[in-house]
Design a protein around this ligand. Structure first.
Ligand code: HEM
Length: 378
């Protein structure tokens, strides 16, 4: 129930051991006034520092202020512990140049090359109204009420400057981001996050996760790029497929999560192994083979996704899936090639539909009380 430090070299909520709950929100900026945007980011930062410490969003708080005025905190987290709340901010490409091509805030020249629009992938069924956004905030916590409270108060503070474009709730983290954590399961029932980048992999994190000084956008040094994909899962169809087929599709066993043909979860997959029938033990169109670094020029991701169930779809099916989130140093060399390969060949596609997509540049950490979200950019 403790607090995760808000200040640091990197933003919290990336290598922080993945919490259990998510409220993710994307905003559109509705003002053209750069000073108002900066003032809001400063106010957000102060509120975020307070809320991640288990305090009210504002200095006065939910109660105790003037009875005639709306309180500076909405109150539903009163008495709740910080619950490992982290708040992580990101900037979308449309903040630098909007859909009409306007440079509203004089920052078009500072758009990082790595923040290049994602290409269309085979099978994409993206809905624009739940994709993209000028700004995003990822709230993760071990109590859903704490995560929702944080997003609600940031939206309240941003009134007149930003409006909520879309948001997503998630539960049951589908990745572990630290070796201390047991690997959780996604809604297909498989362990998810086994071969993930982990907080302990210092060398790999430098190489694959954090933007470096020579990457081309100085203000992003120590930051990371976030790709979000809302992936609807055809749960009912999956549930009618055999266990053997499910394991072939993933390339791992459902129970223990070992690569097919190996014993333990953390054994390396042997992609060269052939079965008695002469066929590869791990199928050529299996998810783990196609997503593995050996097929993708060594590219890795820090996956940090969550399960979602948005009720049912009115046709008697669960509206459920994976809200995929992955952090990386450069999506052009990591998410894009991996997803291109998966979109073309992954046997799992029969059960998946990508309905929302987002790409955000998440700046480095807030250093101290005088620093604020976006200082290095503006
Ligand atoms: C591995 C499920 C989408 C990238 C895995 C594993 C499972 C899984 C069960 C094996 C355990 C593990 O190592 O974590 C799913 C499901 C998805 C999905 C159910 C969609 C609903 C994606 C997408 C990407 C991706 C969109 C990236 C474009 C990876 C990577 C690995 C992996 C990089 C590790 C491969 C390795 O190094 O062995 N996924 N995944 N996955 N997945 Fe996915």
């Amino acid at each position: 129930a403790g607090a995760v430090p808000f200040h640091g070299e990197h933003q919290a909520g990336i290598t922080t051991p993945a919490q259990d709950r998510l409220h993710f929100v994307a905003f559109d900026v509705i003002t053209k006034d750069r000073d108002r945007l900066v003032a809001m980011l400063q106010e957000w930062t102060a509120a975020a520092a307070r809320m991640t410490g288990g305090k009210d969003a504002g200095v006065i708080g939910a109660v105790g202020g003037m009875p005639e005025a709306p309180p500076d905190d909405t109150g539903e987290a009163l008495g709740l512990p910080p619950s490992q709340l982290t708040l992580t901010v990101g900037f979308g490409a449309t903040l630098f140049r909007d859909a009409q091509g306007r440079d509203r805030f004089g920052i078009a020249g500072r758009r990082p090359a790595a923040l290049a629009d994602l290409p269309h992938f085979a099978g994409d069924a993206l809905r624009p109204e739940i994709s993209g956004g000028d700004l995003c905030v990822q709230a993760c916590a071990n109590d859903p009420q704490v995560a929702v409270h944080a997003i609600r108060n940031l939206a309240r503070i941003g009134m007149g400057v930003v409006s909520v474009r879309w948001s997503q709730l998630g539960f049951g983290r589908t990745s572990s981001t630290s070796r201390d954590q047991a690997t959780p399961r996604n809604l297909f029932g498989f362990k998810d996050g086994t071969a993930n980048l982990k907080a302990e992999d210092a060398g790999l994190l430098r190489e694959q996760l954090w933007a470096q000084p020579d990457d081309g956008a100085d203000w992003m040094t120590g930051g990371s790029y976030l790709v979000t994909r809302k992936i609807r899962m055809q749960i009912e169809t999956w549930d009618r497929s055999s266990l053997a087929e499910q394991e072939q599709i993933v390339g791992r066993t459902k129970g223990g999560g070992a690569p097919l043909g190996r014993r333990d979860e953390f054994d390396e997959p042997d992609f060269a192994a052939k079965g008695d029938d002469g066929q590869p033990v791990i199928a050529v169109d299996s998810h783990v083979r196609l997503a593995h670094p050996t097929l993708n020029d060594g590219a890795r991701l820090l996956r940090r996704g969550y399960n979602y169930v948005d009720g049912s779809d009115g046709l008697g099916r669960l509206d459920a899936g994976l809200f995929f989130m992955a952090y990386q140093r450069d999506p052009r060399r990591q998410f894009v090639p991996i997803q291109t390969r998966l979109a073309r060949n992954d046997a799992m596609n029969e059960y998946l539909r990508h309905v929302s997509s987002g790409l955000f540049a998440c700046p480095p950490g807030v250093r101290d009380a005088a620093d604020w979200w976006g200082r290095t950019l503006f």
